[in-house]
Design a binder for this molecule. Sequence first.
Ligand code: 5GP
Length: 182
Amino acid sequence: MNSIQDFNSKIKRVVISKEEIAEAIQKAGKEIDRIYDGRPILLVSILKGAFVFMADLCRAVSVPCEIGFMCAKSYYSGTVSSGVVQITMDLEQDVSQYHVVIVEDIVDTGRTLNDVVELLKGRNPLSLHVFTLLDKPSRRVVDFKADYSLFTIPDLFVIGYGLDCGEYYRNLPYIAEYDNQA
Ligand code: 5GP
């Protein structure tokens, strides 16, 4: 990164505004309240990309909620998942005691969430739902569908609202298309 001009020139256009995100999060919070109907839940954010979404979503739910974080990396041989998920930071909670909602930034090929869901299901949660901020269905490699997607987007590389490029741009309050050519 050479200059602030270089940095800003990579932000091609706003794809989803902060107002649109805020409105969609209120709806998602209400859906979580509807599903759990007063029962306590554990919101699990997959770091790092989902940290901003988690911060806003947890404030849009009214059911009693705990929060948890995990960092997961999936390994693949070529384009085929080995099925091995490396947890670089595991959840501190025992999910067998919880109704779990996974809070993810984006489902792209679907590999990471597919593996994380299998892993957590193996720990016998009381129930499990996946809420993702973004979904890029055209990029799917494994057959994975989130229970709730706030936005479906085309095959673009996006940044902002937690999503990075080379660790930058996570703090943008909106979701933008990243300009590879600029
Ligand atoms: P998947 O395993 O579904 O292919 O990948 C999910 C992860 O890839 C996301 O959690 C995110 O970190 C990264 N990713 C996928 N698409 C994008 C994108 O358009 N922008 C950014 N910044 N990260 C992405």
